[in-house]
Design a protein around this ligand. Structure first.
Ligand code: GLN
Length: 490
């Protein structure tokens, strides 16, 4: 028998608006589910049960009066702990923000609240979103619901694992170099990184400001479009937010890809790509062809420089952004110190984990006088070349299809001591952030060990509707996942 937690957001919306079930009942079902599975997957840093039930009661009174109901009214969601939530701890997976309670909401939280969505809690992540496995959380790792010995991906590992385990109906994550798409791929859920400037970054704790974007993770493409509709839009509190009307993303989901050209970049099918991933991706491309798309080969010649470029630019911006954690205004302050310098040193030494320290050191070095031209300036120039590659490729096609990551989810601890191997796993997701274009991961099958594989789709700036249409058609061709992990009754 399917239970409430097995329904997608749009299915839940139908029964909530017909008042066949109350938002409080749905929220209780999710809180029970969290109680049942979260001790195994550890996706949540905190569960805000009281707040969730209060919000659900408010949603019920809106639903009762049929007043101001939207597709998210009464829908229980999880939020990555990098997004500021007024009155609720926002740790960013770091000890330095262990007791930080934001006095304000991120713009995306205000939008969700205005729609009557319910927040179940804050989700685990790599410290300051730096990582690809969620093992860099200062609190605990998160486990992949498909195989508890494996990582869920990162840095939005909690956001992906909780959706896959049906411990929330959908979630928000953030993506600087792949942190929504890679965990979505490893956990078999849909995850979208919007065009830079589409979703306000106000209240998103900054990692690398020229790359960071908030985006949705969901069970299917329709839910992804619904969430994107709500969180997008111009915001004067983020100077990089683009003043553009929000298209109706759900309205654009139509069967058939007759006028679509799909580009396949040869640089994404390289040695090191797991043959099972390659097979699933190629099968997905044929499925899209059967929906009417024309397939052409495209070239993104500077792909091989993307990892090196990103690992200069992102740490450079991070070293600047993270200078605010000095023990003065908020967050941790080391208890014993001799003077101001000593206080800074001890606070930052005790508060940051090893990966964050490594990034601060790389970033500070590459920005320092004498090295700036060789590193940061050079990386910025290569970034322009990568952006131009995409512009050129999109003259030949509407959407590019490729793998999300070279492999499926790896084992906990497998890459934890080898930062270079960890960085290399971001090779296919990073170029999208450097160019500022949108990218989505859509489930496209399981490997022989039953681990999910994602297809990555990329489009030109502000072409999310194209991206979602192709993703929707893949779902139609392959069928929505019927086989969720951790006992499913769908
Ligand atoms: N894995 C990448 C990193 O460690 C990307 C992280 C992200 O997108 N937040 O920087």
């Amino acid at each position: 028998m399917p239970s409430l937690i097995d329904l997608s957001i749009h299915e839940l919306h139908d029964i909530l608006s017909r008042r066949e079930v109350s938002a409080v009942e749905v929220t209780r079902a999710y809180l029970d589910r969290i109680g049942e599975v979260d001790p195994k997957i550890r996706a949540y840093l905190i569960v805000t049960a009281d707040k969730a039930l209060t919000q659900a009661e408010e949603a019920d009174s809106r639903l009762k009066k049929a007043d101001n109901i939207t597709p998210l009214t009464g829908i229980p969601l999880g939020i990555k702990d990098v997004i500021c939530t007024r009155g609720i701890k926002t740790t960013c997976g770091s000890k330095i923000l262990e007791n930080f309670v934001p006095p304000y909401n991120a713009t995306v939280m205000e939008k969700l609240e205005a729609h009557g969505a319910v927040m179940l809690g804050k989700l685990n992540m790599d410290e300051f979103a730096m990582g690809s496995s969620t093992e860099n959380s200062a609190y605990h790792p998160t486990h992949n619901p498909w195989d508890l010995e494996r990582i869920p991906g990162g840095s939005s590992g909690g956001s992906a694992a909780s959706v896959a385990a049906r411990a929330c109906a959908g979630s928000l994550g953030s993506d600087t170099g792949g942190s929504i798409r890679q965990p979505a791929s490893y956990c078999g859920v849909v995850g979208l990184k919007p065009t830079y400037g589409t979703v306000s970054r106000f209240g998103l704790v900054a990692f690398a400001s020229s790359l960071d974007q908030i985006g949705p993770l969901s069970r299917d493409v329709t839910d992804c479009a619904l969430l994107l509709n709500v969180i997008s839009g111009h915001d004067t509190r983020d100077s990089t937010s683009v003043p553009k009307d929000v298209p109706d993303y759900t309205g654009s989901l139509r069967p058939g890809l007759k006028n679509y050209t799909l580009g396949i970049p040869m640089e994404y099918f390289i040695p090191g790509l797991d043959p099972e991933v390659e097979k699933a991706v190629k099968h997905a491309v044929s499925a899209l062809e059967s929906q009417g798309a024309e397939v052409v080969e495209v070239s993104l010649p500077h792909t091989e420089y993307a990892v090196a470029t990103y690992y200069i630019i992102a740490p450079a911006e991070a070293s600047s952004n993270l200078s605010r954690y000095d023990g003065v205004k908020y967050g941790l302050r080391a208890p014993d110190y001799k003077n101001l310098m000593d206080m800074y040193k001890k606070t930052r030494s005790q508060g940051f984990g090893p990966e964050v320290k490594r990034r601060i050191m790389i970033g500070t070095y590459s920005l320092s006088a004498g090295y700036y031209d060789a590193y940061y300036k050079k990386a910025s120039q290569v970034r322009t070349l990568i952006t131009r590659d995409f512009k050129k490729a999109f003259e030949k096609c509407d959407v590019i299809a490729a793998p999300v990551a070279p492999t499926t989810a790896f084992r906990l601890g497998e890459k934890a001591d080898d930062p270079l191997q960890m960085y290399l796993s971001d090779i296919f997701t990073i170029p999208v952030n450097l160019a500022g274009i949108p990218g989505i991961s859509v489930p496209c099958g399981l490997n022989s060990s039953g681990l999910p594989i994602g297809l990555q789709l990329m489009a030109g700036h502000f072409e999310e509707t194209k991206l979602l249409t192709v993703a929707y058609n893949l779902e139609l061709a392959l069928g929505r996942c019927k086989n969720w992990p951790l006992d499913c009754y769908c």
